[in-house]
Ligand binder design. Structure first.
Ligand code: MG
Length: 383
């Protein structure tokens, strides 16, 4: 059936904050979270098609300044009036108009941009990856984030996952402890795992150049195979110096959000691998542009996560499967960390890989009962 103007025209937009509990606390250098707030954005068209996008940051505004609360207010107040009456396939036109009204706020823009893609694809009866040009792959390797428990517990967890065939590599968060103690802990864990599993560390921009030069070579000597974002995002020159110093890849995450950031990283050869997160980049199209820049510079990309539920993870998976340059696996483990499922059919992890779901749009459907149960009623979370 041909798609009508009404099918495509936006009639209503809903933004819903959920607080989704985690299976175990997830620790970053600066914060620990035991529930992840997410903002679902639902775009309804006149004929009843609904597209869903997820705005989500890793546990609060420490990473990039946005939060689910700021996203909701920004979208409800400044973005929704620009959407009503527009067509869901006018994504570039809508992006331009939103960007004229709202600077930065890429996480909020992602929630809207992904919902537009989901709605448009559903109107056409095709998967979102078709709108991105089709498939380069149908699944992606998924690394696992180990917790901050004592060394023996962490090693035991990693070996159990390795032997069960669930994951082949592991990511350890660093930066919460003093550098000497942190390094000793991670070296002890790495020495037990290196050889049978890949071990990567993420400093989340916590160290300075001097600390990095002092401690990172020890981590590499212990067997760490990749170091993610040791220094603050804006210190790209320092990142480049560390990348030149270390014999293993340095991955850029906080330093990479826009195509302009990408060009700067290339010019300085500041990182050997780039962390792609649809959430931090403003959605699927900007992420695809950045992967294209990486590919032209011969830099592999990794499918990063902001700890998305199944909605945001599905969006990131469509991008990772559609963009040929995402060749360095992924950390799309978000749904495995959650204690509650918000999809009718969960995403499937098989033999260490996340499988692309089939069906129109993102290929996933919200469980509205679960959404209702996890919904936050006030903008600000009550304690
Ligand atoms: Mg990171």
């Amino acid at each position: 059936m041909p798609v009508s103007h009404d099918d495509l025209t936006i009639e209503r937009v809903e933004t819903i904050i959920l607080d989704v509990p985690l299976r175990r606390p997830h620790k970053f250098a600066r914060v620990t979270m035991d529930a992840q707030p997410v903002l679902l954005t639902l775009i309804h068209t006149r004929s009843g098609v609904v597209g869903v996008g997820e705005g989500v940051v890793p546990g609060g505004p420490w990473w990039g300044g946005e939060s689910v609360e700021s996203m909701k207010v920004t979208i409800d107040t400044y973005v929704v009036p620009l959407l009503l009456g527009r067509r869901v396939d006018d994504i570039e036109g809508i992006w331009r108009d939103i960007s004229d009204r709202v600077n930065a706020n890429l996480y909020a823009k992602t929630a809207v941009e992904v919902a537009l893609h989901d709605a448009w694809a559903r109107c056409l009866g095709v998967p979102v990856h078709t709108l991105l040009g089709g498939l380069a792959r149908t699944s992606i390797d998924v690394t696992w984030a180990l917790g901050a428990e004592p060394e023996e517990v962490v090693v035991e967890e990693a070996l159990a996952k390795l032997h069960a065939g669930e994951h082949r590599s592991f990511k350890l968060k660093m930066g919460a402890l003093p550098p000497e103690e942190d390094t000793r802990r991670i070296c002890a864990i790495t020495e037990k795992l290196a050889g049978s599993a890949g071990v990567r560390v993420d400093l989340n921009a916590r160290w300075d150049l001097m600390t990095s030069r002092t401690y990172l070579p020890r981590l590499v000597a212990a067997g760490v195979e990749l170091v993610e974002q040791p220094v603050p995002g804006e210190q790209v020159e320092a990142l480049a110096e560390i990348n030149a110093l270390l014999p293993v890849p340095v991955m850029a995450d906080e330093s990479l959000r826009t195509p302009v950031d990408a060009v700067r990283l290339v010019r300085l050869r500041a990182a050997d691998v780039w962390s792609m997160k649809t959430t931090k980049m403003g959605g699927l199209r900007r992420s695809r542009d950045i992967v294209a820049i990486a590919k032209a510079a011969d830099i592999p990309c990794h499918g990063g996560t902001s700890i998305e539920t199944g909605i945001g993870t599905a969006a990131s998976l469509h991008l990772a499967c559609a963009a040929p340059g995402v060749t360095w696996g992924s950390e799309l483990f978000g749904p495995l960390l959650f204690a509650e499922e918000i999809l009718q059919t969960p995403l499937r992890y098989v033999d260490g890989e996340l499988q692309l779901p089939e069906g129109p749009g993102l290929g996933v459907t919200l469980n509205l009962d679960a959404v209702a149960a996890l919904r936050r009623t006030d903008l600000v979370r009550g304690e």
